[in-house]
Design a protein around this ligand. Structure first.
Ligand code: ADP
Ligand code: ZN
Length: 214
């Protein structure tokens, strides 16, 4: 099964992706995670992406094209993929269509998570992330048992550089200007399933399972 998960920053793409990946045994491809890793490793891509990411701006399409091509070249992709945070521009969506065609693959479902902007702000500015295993926490609703320490792996729990109000406002602007049109682009495929992402994560996942099957 090949899935795209879409939605503004903070709609829960990362949280739901972890659950989907475990249940449906697909390869989770998060361009955001890949880029953050590249920044950490100070690779050529990381050095290019860093400034854009810290500001909350989109990384140029040609950089994304490179990392996607590289990821899709790995054999495990055949068991099914879950793209999280990609494609984020119409250019990326057209590019992905071309790449999938050459690989003889197709998208089966597009899950679109829907949440009001006000809730997004609350979620993002309180969000903390494990720098090691990427587990997601929230200072109010889901704090780690020991402050700053991941419950799962003991790694350091930090605030992402772009999880500030200022960067978030840029990320929301980028979402409305560049990523909303991607949903319009996919409209004609009939693959989009809109899911209310404002509910409790457990309930959101129930709704997703109702779409993808038990
Ligand atoms: P969120 O969806 O919460 O904003 P991500 O981890 O998906 O978080 O993305 C973080 C940042 O990484 C984005 O703000 C952007 O700078 C960059 N990024 C990730 N994926 C893409 C993409 N497909 N195209 C352009 N930039 C991207
Ligand atoms: Zn962890």
């Amino acid at each position: 099964m090949n899935i795209l998960i879409m939605g503004a920053p903070g709609t829960g793409k990362g949280t739901m992706s972890a659950l989907i990946k475990d249940k449906y045994d697909v390869v989770h491809v998060s361009t955001g995670d890949m880029l953050r890793q590249a920044v950490k490793d100070k690779t050529e891509i990381g050095l290019k992406a860093q400034e854009y990411m810290n500001k909350g701006a989109l990384v140029p399409d040609e950089v994304i094209h490179g990392i996607i091509l590289e990821r899709l070249a790995k054999d495990d992709i055949k068991k099914g993929f879950l793209f999280d945070g990609y494609p984020r521009t119409v250019e990326q969506a057209i590019d992905l269509d071309n790449i999938l065609e050459t690989l003889n693959l197709k998208i089966d479902y597009i899950i679109n998570l829907d949440v009001d902007d006000e809730i997004l702000k609350e979620r993002i500015t309180g969000r903390r992330t494990c720098s090691n295993c990427k587990a997601i926490y929230h200072i109010k609703t889901h704090a780690p048992k020991v402050e700053g320490v991941c419950d799962i792996c003991g790694g350091q729990v930090i605030q992402r550089k772009d999880d500030t109000l200022e960067a978030l406002s840029n990320r929301l602007d980028a979402y409305y200007a560049s990523t909303k049109p991607v949903m319009e682009y996919y409209e004609k495929t009939g693959l989009i399933r809109n899911i209310d992402g404002s509910k409790d994560p457990k309930e959101v996942f129930l709704d997703i399972k109702a779409v993808l099957g038990e």
